[in-house]
Design a protein around this ligand. Structure first.
Ligand SMILES: *Cc1c(COP(=O)(O)O)cnc(C)c1O
Length: 394
């Protein structure tokens, strides 16, 4: 750890030099199996040749011109994403937090355009939307907010997966303009709402004239076995935020919108210097093409089911395991005790995982893994959980 880096992170003592597919090599030449994909970013795994080639080719031509000029690749990417998501328009930025910032600004502007001068947005407990001032204020985690008060105003919090709570807010709060929700909570511990939750939210949004805004930053781009997690239901949101898996490691975010939400921004109301430059768009287009050609949504669905089945078999009878859950390749194993140490233990076993909400082992494997690699993930993960559980109870 350098003396010259701000202490925002506490990195593990390992430095990766090279990657290929689901595998990473450290400086000493040790090899690791990556079941986290750089926090759900590298869905195509590391050094995917299609992405590498696209970036190389574009870097030789043009990196950046700014949004003062037409960017052909941005038009292409917007068209493609809107087609996949059944949205009308896209705004490109550089991160997840910025995609959420765009959605928050869009919702507020929409409110003002409809004579609501103090617009508020419903957000969920346990949610995560980013680390900028507005997105941390929207986030349902005190640890993310503590020390950064005064928070941005205009958010009303409801328990996740509780439609009655939202109904109550609808009755009491005339200034609501939108609801912002993760279709599956990622950082909050892989929390999956009831199968009607999104449809019921859609109905409440229609009744009350709210925008339905989904944070698909972690769950999007085939991670859950569909292009976007809301496609497991029949409902269509008004706004969809993307980032993580969109660029496979090239920083790009997007805020997609449909219908009345698509025309809220006008020239001058929002912007970013880097957003959607030719380089990042070339990478995202290569990612989408590869996801499509290799049918990785279907693969994520199948392998995710196999991994969960495998874990259930291997961990049957392990009392420390409360629940094994997930959709596609977004997988959580909830233990009945805090288990942060498992991250380091996994690293010793050459496996990369994370632990969320203190009790939940999270796996976000690359979507391109083989059945054999999926089996190895199951094998190592279940072994270390069993060892950890028996060591703790002794
Ligand atoms: C990672 C994440 C964000 C924030 O994205 P950044 O690129 O880190 O700003 C927001 N929402 C969700 C659901 C995320 O998983």
């Amino acid at each position: 750890m350098s003396d010259h880096l701000m202490s925002t992170y506490a990195p593990l003592p390992v430095t990766f030099e090279r990657g290929e597919g689901a595998w990473l090599w450290d400086k000493q030449g040790n090899i690791y199996l990556d079941a986290l994909s750089g926090i759900g970013v590298c869905g195509l795994g590391h050094a995917h040749p299609n992405v590498t080639e696209a970036i190389n080719a574009q870097a030789k031509k043009l990196l950046h011109t700014s949004n003062l000029y037409t960017i052909e690749l941005q038009n292409q990417l917007a068209e493609k994403l809107c087609q996949l998501a059944a949205m009308d328009k896209a705004f490109f930025c550089n991160s997840g937090a910025e995609a959420i910032e765009a959605a928050i600004k869009l919702a507020r502007l929409h409110g003002h355009q409809n004579n609501i001068s103090q617009p508020s947005i419903i957000v969920a407990e346990n949610s995560f939307h980013g680390r900028t001032m507005a997105t941390l204020s929207a986030t349902g985690n005190r640890k993310v907010q503590a020390g950064f008060e005064p928070l941005v105003q205009g958010f009303i919090r409801a328990p996740y997966n509780d439609i009655e709570a939202i109904r109550t807010i609808a009755q009491r709060s005339p200034n609501v303009v939108a609801i912002l929700i993760e279709p599956i909570q990622g950082e909050g511990g892989i929390n999956i709402p009831g199968s009607n939750y999104l449809t019921e939210i859609r109905a409440l949004c229609d009744e009350n004239g709210w925008l339905m805004m989904l944070d698909e930053i972690q769950s999007g781009m085939c991670r859950t076995g569909k292009w976007f997690a809301y496609q497991h239901s029949t409902c269509l949101p008004d706004v969809v935020c993307l980032a993580k898996g969109l660029g496979n490691g090239i920083p790009i975010g997007a805020c997609l919108a449909r219908g009345k939400a698509a025309d809220v921004f006008k020239p001058g109301t929002h912007g970013t210097t880097f957003g959607g430059n030719p380089l990042v768009c070339s990478a995202a287009l290569a990612v989408i093409q590869t996801l499509e050609e290799q049918q990785l949504a279907a693969q994520a669905n199948e392998l995710g089911n196999n991994i969960r089945d495998g874990l259930r078999n291997a961990l049957a009878g392990c009392d420390a395991v409360k629940e094994i859950r997930g959709v596609g390749m977004m997988i959580g194993i909830e233990l009945n005790r805090p288990c942060i140490e498992l991250v380091k233990i996994a690293l010793k076993h050459s496996l990369l995982i994370s632990v969320q909400a203190e009790h939940v082992v999270r796996l976000l494997p690359p979507l391109i893994i083989s059945s054999e690699e999926a089996y190895q993930i199951v094998n190592i993960t279940s072994t270390i959980i069993k060892d950890f559980a028996s060591a703790e109870t002794e």
